[in-house]
Structure formats: C-alpha cells, structure tokens
Design a protein around this ligand. Structure first.
Ligand SMILES: Cc1cc2nc3c(=O)[nH]c(=O)nc-3n(C[C@H](O)[C@H](O)[C@H](O)COP(=O)(O)OP(=O)(O)OC[C@H]3O[C@@H](n4cnc5c(N)ncnc54)[C@H](O)[C@@H]3O)c2cc1C
Length: 517
C-alpha cells in the first residue's frame, strides 16, 4: 500500500483495500477522483497544487518518492529574480530589459523569448515576493557567469526549506491528498482529452487510477537516467560523461506525454557541470558525484597533460564546461592538498540526505574511489595521475608563485584569499562532465497547456517545471543562467495550477503581477 497523506480518504482507502482483497489485484485498481490531478511533488508540482487549491479546485498529487520536495529539496534553492529588494539593498540596479537581454544572449538564440520575458517580468512579485509570503527568507544574492548583476537569490535553509514552505502552503490551501510511493505510468485519455493517470505502487505493484477534470504533469527532467540522456542527447556519447540529476527523474513523464501526442522540443540541450567524479559504488558506472569545496574552491584543474587550462573560479556550466570539453581527453584532475578533507562536500542525494554522515562517506570516497589518487608528495602523486613528476611539480609551483605574486597572469583567477597547494597528502580527483539538469522538454503555451505537433493544446493536459524545459519547452535555450531552473519551474507550476483549475471550472486562471504593474 502506498503512503496516503489524506485523512478524508481513510474510509475510501479501507473500502478499496477490502475490495482489493476480495477481487483479484489485476481486476481492480484503487480509484481516486479530483478536479486537478498533479504528477510530481517537486517545486513545480507543489506550486501547481497550491495554486489550483487556492482557486477552489480539489487536488490529488501523485509522487514516486516517499516524500515531497523532488529536486527542489536537493537543490541550492537559488532562484533567478530581477529588481528585488535584496539586489537594491546590496546596491545593484536591475531591470527586466537588462535581464532579458542577458538571458537571451546566454541561451545562444534558442530560448523561448515569450516565456523568458513572461518569467522575468513576473519574477519579482510572483516568485520572489510570493515565496516570501509563504515564509521563505531570502538570505543572499550572488553573481554568476552570464549576468552583469547578481541575480541568484539564495533562500535560508537552501532548497530543503523552500520545498518545505511550498508543501506547507499547498497543505494550507487545502491539498490533503498526497499519494506517495506511486509511480504514474500513463496518462488516461478519452476522445483526445486527458482524464486522469494510472500507475502502481513502486514496491507492492498495486494498481492505482486517478481521474481528474485536468491533469498537470510535473515529473522533472531526465538527468537521473543515462539511458534517457543517451536517447535525447546522443551528441554527448563522444565524451566520457555521467549523470548527476535526481535519480528519480528519468524521463518517464516525457514518455507519457508523448504517448498521448505531446510534442518535445530542444531535448538535446542539457546542462553539464564538469566537477563530478564517478560514483565508485555505482556498478553501472553511470552516476557522477558532484564535488564542491567550501567556503571557496582552492583546487587547480589540470588536463591529462598536467597543465592548467582555465580560470577555475569560472567552474560553472558556461565557460567551465566548455573548457573541460575542449581538453583531449575531456576530463580534468582537481588537484588538492590536505585541506580537501575539510573543504570538500559531495552534493549528491546519497551524501546530502544525512549530513551527519557526510564526513565519514567523504573519507570513504577519498580512500576507495579508483578515480581519486593520493600521495605524500607530488613526485609520488604524478605517476598515479599518469603524469611526469616534473610536469606536476612545475604546474603546482607556478600556481603557488601566483599566490605569492597576488596575481594569476596565466588565467586571471582572483587569487586573493587562496592558499598554496603545499600540505601533504596531495589528492588528484578525476572530474568528468556530468548532466545535472535538462533544458528542453514538453512544448506548452503560456498557460502551460501541452501542445501537440501541430501546436494545438491537448485538452485537459498541462506540463510544468523541468519536464517542460522549466517552462514552455525551452525557456532557456542552449544554456542555463544559474537560478533559471528552480525559479521558472515554480513559476510555471503556479501558472499551470491556475489554468488547470480554470479548465476544471474553478477560478479565473493565472494573472499575477509584472514588475511594471
Ligand atoms: C543537486 C541539484 C541542485 C540544484 N540547484 C539548483 C539551484 O540552486 N537553482 C536552480 O535554479 N536550479 C537548481 N537545480 C535544478 C532545479 O532544482 C530543478 O530544475 C527543479 O527543481 C525542477 O523542479 P520540478 O518540480 O520541475 O521537478 P522535480 O523537483 O525534479 O520534481 C519532479 C518530481 O516528479 C517525481 N516523479 C518523476 N517521475 C515520476 C512518475 N513516473 N510518477 C510519479 N512521480 C514522478 C520525482 O520523484 C520528483 O519528485 C538543481 C538540481 C540539482 C540536481
């Protein structure tokens, strides 16, 4: 039996259990009904649930995981927002026009401009302030590549707290039916209209059907599945790459939507980070563990020839990824000294789910992974990295000299505050490209209605969040500014929730408020 968070449905549940006992399991699926059915309890799904319930619709949320939160709960929680009080407090002027220009430039001409503009114009009131009204506290705003002003707003408690606030808000709005551990497998349709979904409990296999006047799909991206990435982004096969997204987001939603005629777009646009080391515990060698250093990275990146090749501060999916992909072969050694023991964090659900065990797990990784080498001297480390000792010693000496000189003439890294790499033991961590986020998805209009290949809405069917390329199918284009995954996912969830409620006969649809309203 899947976990049902719904007191009102207790009776129906007991009854259906009894009936299921009398009839054969295949003869009868448990059956539910609501105005709006939502698949996925991540940022988009929870925002949609809140919005639909606020409009007076009855809502059921089906979720594969045993709890709410999805990728939002694993995430940094950073949201791209424009013209916020936090930006102003820090002395930064920002305007939707400026943000739009930079967004479109970063997306290399492939962004859905209408959706990008829609999000940017609404990001102050309908994301930043709206989340604040739910109890989210914005703590900081930081600058990332591609932006001329800081726009990545970090909430207190990161994504976990943000997800909790969304869940509480949805519950407060009246969403009491959360069906966890439930894998939705197909969208039910009648006469070309979506009328519900069906699936099964992921452990017991018990069948479930949920009927609704409208259905919102919010199952996230496909960066949890190497097979899905291979299928949709075959251009990556020439690289030794890994996947590093939410392991439960494997593209099942994409398949369900296409099975009823939905159109996928820009699916080969995926967002890679190049600071992932292969998970030594993954027998299939498909998962990459994202490694970050706090409070600031002090490592240097070396290519297979033992040379630095990039300003390591620019480690993100923009120039960091391009720089590593341009190496032959396309990987980097992250070179560290003893400080790695305290500074390294593994940003993977298997490590972050229980922070109290991070240290122990991190030590195991450092000691057991065949992709991490360690030695008391650089001389001894070099052959383990496949390098000539002189090359490694020379590269590290140059970096240490740049710290003494206070300037990195080779790559322009800001060396202020960095430490020399000099305290044994020395570590080489092999970094490979890893797909963390997927940028394309289900094509929708500005109401989040799923469009078919003729760009006509499929009645009753909506898509939001990373499943819909965050919003509309390809709101970012070819590349993603930091914070433009979670923010637009939540926003499109709100939009989908309101319009799905309206089609179900409740409320007026989404209006919101733009920065200029
Ligand atoms: C570690 C990490 C950190 C990140 N940090 C940031 C950040 O700071 N800022 C930012 O902008 N973006 C960030 N992102 C990306 C961002 O978090 C996601 O793009 C966003 O949360 C997606 O939201 P969503 O609701 O669309 O999907 P998700 O949150 O992924 O939710 C989808 C839900 O659907 C469920 N599901 C999947 N298949 C089924 C099925 N068949 N049946 C039922 N349920 C199903 C999943 O279990 C999941 O709970 C990060 C991503 C990762 C992996």
């Amino acid at each position: 039996m899947y976990r049902l968070y719904n007191r009102g449905f207790g009776f129906a549940l007991i009854l259906s259990v009894l009936l299921t006992g009398l009839l054969s399991p295949t003869a009868m699926a448990e059956s539910y009904r609501a105005d709006v059915v939502i698949v996925g309890a991540g940022g988009a799904g929870m925002a949609a649930a809140y919005e639909a319930a606020s409009m007076g619709a009855s809502v059921i949320v089906a979720e594969l995981d045993s709890t709410y939160g999805g990728t939002a709960a694993l995430s940094g929680g950073g949201c791209f927002a424009v013209g916020t009080p936090l930006q102003k407090k820090k002395g930064f002027e920002d305007t939707p026009d400026l943000a739009f220009d930079e967004w479109i430039r970063w997306g290399q001409g492939e962004a859905d401009e209408e959706w990008a503009r829609y999000y940017i114009d609404h990001s102050l009131h309908d994301l930043y302030e709206w989340l604040e009204s739910l109890g989210v506290v914005w703590e900081d705003v930081s600058l990332n590549e591609g932006n001329s002003v800081p726009r990545w707003h970090r909430p207190q408690g990161f994504g976990k707290m943000l997800a909790m606030k969304l869940y509480e808000a949805a519950q407060g709005a009246g969403v009491k039916q959360w069906l966890f551990d439930l894998r939705i497998e197909s969208i039910l349709e009648k006469d070309g209209r979506a009328i519900g979904v069906s699936g099964s409990n992921r452990t017991t296999g018990e069948k479930v059907e949920i009927f609704g006047k409208t259905v919102i799909m919010a199952t996230g991206g496909f960066a949890g599945s190497r097979d899905a990435v291979k299928r949709y982004a075959p251009w990556l096969e020439k690289y030794d790459y890994y996947v590093a997204g939410n392991p439960l987001c494997t593209g099942e939603g994409h398949e369900m939507v296409t099975a009823v005629g939905g159109y996928l777009t820009h699916m080969d646009n995926v967002w890679l980070y190049v600071y992932a080391t292969p998970d030594y515990q993954d027998a299939d060698r498909e998962r990459g563990l994202v490694v970050r250093f706090f409070p600031r990275a002090n490592d240097i990146w070396l290519n297979a020839q033992g040379k630095r090749f990039h300003n390591e501060d620019l480690s993100g999916g923009g120039s960091g990824t391009s720089a590593v992909l341009a190496q032959e072969p396309a990987f980097a050694w992250s070179l560290n000294d003893a400080a790695v023991i305290t500074s390294m964090m593994v940003m993977d659900p298997a490590y972050t789910a229980d922070f109290s065990r991070m240290y122990e797990k991190k030590l195991a990784l450092l000691n057991k992974s065949p992709f991490i080498v360690k030695a008391e001297t650089l001389q001894a480390l070099a052959p383990k990295m496949g390098l000539h000792p002189e090359t490694l010693i020379e590269t590290v000496a140059r970096f240490n000299k740049s710290i003494d000189a206070g300037t990195d003439t080779a790559f322009g890294r800001n060396v202020a505050g960095l430490k020399k790499i000099e305290k044994p033991p020395f570590y080489g961590i092999q970094f490979f490209p890893a797909v963390r986020k997927t940028i394309g998805g289900v094509k929708t209009n500005l109401k989040c209605q799923v469009l078919d290949k003729h760009f006509k809405p499929i009645p009753g069917l909506y898509a939001a969040g990373e499943l819909a390329g965050m919003a509309g199918g390809h709101i970012q284009g070819k590349a993603s500014l930091e914070g433009t995954m979670l923010g637009p996912s939540i926003f499109s969830g709100r939009v989908a929730g309101a319009w799905a409620a309206r089609e179900a006969g409740k409320g007026k649809g989404f209006t919101g408020k733009t920065s200029t309203d």
